[in-house]
Write a protein that binds this ligand. Structure first.
Ligand code: PMT
Length: 398
């Protein structure tokens, strides 16, 4: 995984900087090309010569250096396939969280498109300080990979969180981050999203409150993991994720046709769409006029698409969603068994911040082996990441 990769290693002013020498040495042994950037404070603890000796390359310390590369940050930023800041002090965490760029390291972090891993190391009280915790949360929200520090005896004499994680732990995270984007490569994924519409007449329909956000988030994450994505979508106001094959449908019957047509060729199905359970038996060909009397509409059940997939499935992994208003676990477990699913994502749509329309969701994952995992309130993209991470484990077991 690391052979031939260009890793940019940022080292900041913590006593744990001495451990970075071991980390750099291990990266070099794994075949990585390591560019080391030392901040001014880091040079109080370790010397550029140590890292130049380990990497066989210049150690970068200055924003504006004499020589052939007078402004090195852009070249370093472009070449890096991953940036690793270990140890990361409270100060550098704060500067990165606020987009400051007042030295070589912080400038190239802003300039790079590579993933950035931050491994904090500091005194336990500093680590627990509200400002530092807020900055770490901010980094996570900006897409940085923030590692939890190790816990134990600290150089300052205190005991608690704040140790730089061991080199093996940091290398494992680095490999995971470099491997991201390939977890589902070569896999075909079918996703349904949005709420179906069952016409009453040319201008009216029976619909539901699905915005499509959950299904589209699943599609985006599957694409980010390298999957080929077929998105079968009922009407939504969302822009479809680029890279997906998008098949627009309107009714449950159209979704049924499209899903069954694609099903034999796919490996994984996520049925996030809210599908009508009933449709008007007859859709009027002309607009139904107001007649001042009750209007009785006869409804017929629609086919249950997911149940049909459960009957037909051969090798496919089937993930259903369930919008519940009560008895979430019981109903979820029943649906999982009846529809022959591998995973059911149940959301109690009565909870604020969950279900239809919102940007967040609160879901319970129910697995075929009977185990259950409750997730906290998270953005729908993060919910999608957690669901996909579970499915990747199932794929890997095959
Ligand atoms: O789109 P958002 O606004 O982001 O909202 C997300 C969501 C609430 C729609 C989503 O998280 C969700 O719960 N989707 C499933 C909604 C639903 O139809 O639940 P259900 O319990 O009625 O159906 C269970 C499963 O069977 C679903 O996977 C559904 O797609 C499938 N089904 C249902 C009926 C039917 N005729 N055919 C089906 O395939």
């Amino acid at each position: 995984m690391l052979t031939g990769k260009t890793i940019l290693m940022g080292i900041t002013g913590s006593v744990a900087a001495y451990k970075s020498a071991e980390l750099v040495s291990q990266l070099v042994k794994c075949g990585a090309q390591v560019e080391v950037v030392l901040t001014r404070a880091a040079q109080e603890f370790v010397s550029p010569l140590t890292f130049a000796s380990l990497t066989g390359r210049q150690t970068w310390t200055e924003m504006f250096a004499p020589g052939p590369t007078p402004i090195p940050h852009i070249r370093l930023a472009e070449q890096a396939e991953a940036v690793l800041i270990a140890p990361a002090t409270a100060h550098v965490v704060g500067r990165l969280a606020h987009g400051l760029a007042d030295d070589l390291l912080t400038t190239l972090v802003l300039a790079t498109r590579a993933p950035v891993i931050v491994a904090p190391a500091m005194n336990v009280q500093m680590y627990r300080h509200r400002a530092v915790q807020d900055n770490l949360e901010r980094l996570k929200a900006l897409g940085y990979h923030v590692m939890a520090p190790g816990s134990g005896w600290l150089a300052c004499g205190a005991v608690g969180e704040g140790r730089l994680p061991e080199p093996e732990t940091i290398l494992a995270v680095l490999e995971e981050v470099l491997g991201a984007g390939t977890e589902l490569s070569g896999r075909k994924v079918l996703i349904t999203a949005g709420g179906t519409r069952e016409p009453l007449d040319p201008v009216r329909y029976i619909g539901n409150r699905s915005s499509g956000k959950m299904g589209y988030a699943v599609a985006e994450v599957a694409l980010e993991m390298g999957a080929e994505v077929v998105l079968i979508t009922a009407p939504t106001a969302l822009a479809p994720p680029s890279g997906a094959v998008v098949i627009p449908v309107e009714t449950a019957a159209e979704m049924y046709q499209a899903v069954l047509e694609h099903f034999p060729g796919v490996d994984i199905v996520f049925k996030a769409a809210a599908v009508a359970d009933y449709r008007p038996v007859k859709a009027a060909s002309q607009k139904i006029k107001k007649q001042g009397q009750p209007l009785i509409v006869e409804l017929a059940p629609t086919p249950d698409i997911l149940a049909e997939l459960g009957r037909r499935k051969t090798r496919q992994i089937l993930v259903g969603f369930a919008a519940e208003t009560h008895d979430l676990l019981d109903s979820g477990q029943r649906k999982l068994a009846e529809k022959n699913l591998d995973l059911l994502v149940a959301n109690d749509v009565t909870r604020p911040g969950a279900g239809f329309g919102s940007d967040t969701n609160i879901v319970t994952l129910i697995f075929a082996d009977g185990s259950v995992k409750e997730l906290p309130q998270l953005g729908k993209k993060e919910v999608a990441r957690r669901i996909l991470a579970e499915v990747v484990k199932m794929v890997d077991k095959e």
